[in-house]
Design a protein around this ligand. Structure first.
Ligand SMILES: [Zn+2]
Ligand SMILES: [Zn+2]
Length: 204
């Protein structure tokens, strides 16, 4: 069994950007698989379809921003928006690793860390042991293939309620800040978001 919670190393594929996610445990976050069009377009933009599962899903762990630190290579952090209202999608310029999604403002106490930025099994613990299995899948209508047999269930109302309660708890305990992806003083994103035009988005 994993000793959880634990500190989990974060690393882009080439190792330039590194960080640490602290106090990670199944109850310390919210893991799900997203099959939405935009997550798939993000992977295509990065030419990293390898981060998607065979049905086009992205394995994501939402956790409090205050528990995520970037320790090296932050010059490679870049930010993309698929539209002018979209979430901020963060990646590295060095090796085009998707790292996280966030709201446009650091006031929203959540960072959605993408599996490709998390290092597992360095200490013998699998992703399932450290984060727990995914709690649900979302946007499965945009899946591009049959879902895996072991795919998590669609979300229930109870799951959304639990997620909201968790987020509120993080906010109350001050874990919403600081975000590693925003300037603590000005609240500005650490990289100026590149916003795709509708035709750039359509071409993805
Ligand atoms: Zn890299
Ligand atoms: Zn998505």
């Amino acid at each position: 069994m994993a000793r959880v919670p634990l500190d989990l190393p974060l690393r882009c594929r080439c190792g330039h950007l590194r960080g640490i996610a602290s106090d990670v445990s199944p109850s310390g976050g919210f893991r799900f698989v997203c099959y939405c069009e935009d997550c798939q377009a993000f992977a295509r933009f990065l030419e990293r379809r390898d981060v998607l599962d065979p049905a086009g899903g992205t394995d994501i762990f939402q956790m409090p921003p205050g528990r995520v630190k970037l320790t090296a290579g932050t010059d490679a952090v870049r930010c993309l928006r698929l539209s002018d209202k979209g979430v901020l999608r963060w990646y590295t310029d060095c090796c085009r690793t998707p790292i996280a999604n966030t709201a446009a403002s650091p006031r929203f106490p959540l960072i959605a860390v993408i599996h490709s930025f998390m290092v597992h099994a360095a200490d013998g613990h699998s992703r399932d042991e450290v984060l727990g299995p995914p709690l649900c899948r979302i946007y499965e209508r945009s899946a591009v293939g049959p879902l895996p047999l072991h795919a998590p269930a669609p979300p229930s109302l109870g799951i959304f309620a639990r997620r909201a309660a968790k987020m509120f708890g993080w906010w109350v305990r001050g874990l919403g800040r600081p975000s590693p992806l925003f300037d603590e003083r000005t609240n500005a994103p650490r990289a100026v978001p590149r916003v795709l035009t509708p035709s750039e988005r359509a071409a993805l």
